[in-house]
Write a protein that binds this ligand. Structure first.
Ligand code: SF4
Length: 351
């Protein structure tokens, strides 16, 4: 069997170990899904290192947590309307500054981003740190919570390792008559093509036609070097993120993006950030306005992973966001920039 890691050079940055994304994804998918039984390995948040970062204790028998999504961010950074605005529109409620969501995390990810707020132990598909559950069981646990939020967020880990999870959850919500009461949101790490290779045409149809659903896909870095630095994955996987995003857009689902802007090479920002925006606009000219840059900060599991280079990249992201803001201003009219993220349309994507 080939190794999952190799040594590689990307520009000035030397990655100590680079994950072969396809191999790692295959390995971890096998650990966290049983298609026959329709079960997923869900991380047990209770008792994990993540608990220290939670505002309220884990719920759903230790398998869930409530996340507070906040629109306000840090000075100099764009506000973050995700998933607040799409959820409020879908639920027919006024726009909020803070929105709570019921989060479940699948128990694996192919990548090892140094800034990941999930402990690596909860990314390895370890049965001792999770529980096998069906989507129906998770929805039932959620429904038993007294003060449950109206948003369910399928997170990870890497939900794109187990695309069935989203469809099974849609089925479960539908069977319980909850489609109009619960907004479903899911994360996508753009690390696999499993959505197209693992789901049947019928399952894809469910995904495409479900009314109260939004998906956010995260670009990990603005160029190959920052991607490899952030994820520990081989740099070639950077470009595949764009191909996958384009395919997601072609499904005509309600789709958004995040990007992280940490890089080992501060000098690359001035050319790298505009080039990243160019690539987004090759997919759709409005895509940058549906893309929210995320400022990296250090949660409990991250502290022990910090190095001088990573610390420097936290400062570098402050330069990168200035370049991002400058480009957004240069590329879009003030009318476009003032629109809510939900009002930025992809209407004229060539299909
Ligand atoms: S892709 Fe997401 S879940 Fe995976 S390591 Fe990176 S931040 Fe964590």
């Amino acid at each position: 069997m080939r190794n999952l890691v190799e040594v590689s050079n990307v520009g000035k940055h030397v990655a100590k170990s680079s994950i072969d994304t396809a191999l790692a994804a295959e390995k971890y998918r096998a650990r966290v899904i049983n298609v026959e039984r329709r079960q997923l390995l869900i991380s047990r948040i209770a008792g994990s290192q993540q608990v220290g970062d939670l505002m309220i204790p884990p719920n759903c028998e230790g398998l869930g947590r409530v996340r507070h999504f906040k629109r306000a961010t840090s000075p100099g950074w764009p506000s973050n309307p995700l998933p607040i605005d799409p959820a409020c529109i879908s639920l027919g409620i006024p726009f909020q500054e803070v929105l709570t969501a019921q989060v479940f995390q699948n128990a694996a990810c192919a990548w090892r981003c140094w800034y990941c707020f999930v402990p690596y132990a909860l990314l390895a598909g370890d049965e001792k740190r999770g529980a096998w559950s069906t989507a129906e069981e998770l929805v039932d646990l959620y429904m038993k919570e007294v003060n449950r939020p109206s948003v369910v967020d399928l997170s990870g880990g890497s939900p794109d390792l187990t695309p069935e999870w989203v469809v099974w959850t849609m089925n479960a919500l539908q069977e319980r008559g909850l489609v109009n009461q619960v907004y479903l949101w899911s994360d996508d790490n753009l690390s696999t093509d499993y959505l197209w290779t693992m789901l049947s045409a019928r399952e894809l149809d469910v995904l495409r036609s479900y009314r109260s659903y939004g998906r956010v896909a995260c670009f990990k870095g603005f160029d190959e070097s920052s991607f490899a630095f952030n994820t520990h994955a081989r740099p070639q996987a950077f470009g595949l993120q764009f191909d996958r995003f384009k395919r997601l857009l072609d499904l005509e689902i309600d789709l958004y993006a995040y990007v992280t802007l940490t890089s080992p090479d501060i000098a690359s920002i001035s050319a790298g950030v505009p080039a990243f925006l160019d690539r987004l606009q090759e997919i759709h000219e409005n895509l940058p306005l549906r893309t929210i840059p995320l400022r990296i900060s250090t949660f409990s599991p991250v502290t022990a992973r910090m190095t001088a280079e990573r610390t420097a990249s936290l400062c570098g992201q402050e330069q990168a966001i200035k370049a991002w803001n400058h480009e957004i201003e240069r590329r879009f009219s003030s009318d476009m920039r003032q629109r809510r993220v939900t009002e930025v349309r992809f209407d004229h994507v060539a299909r």
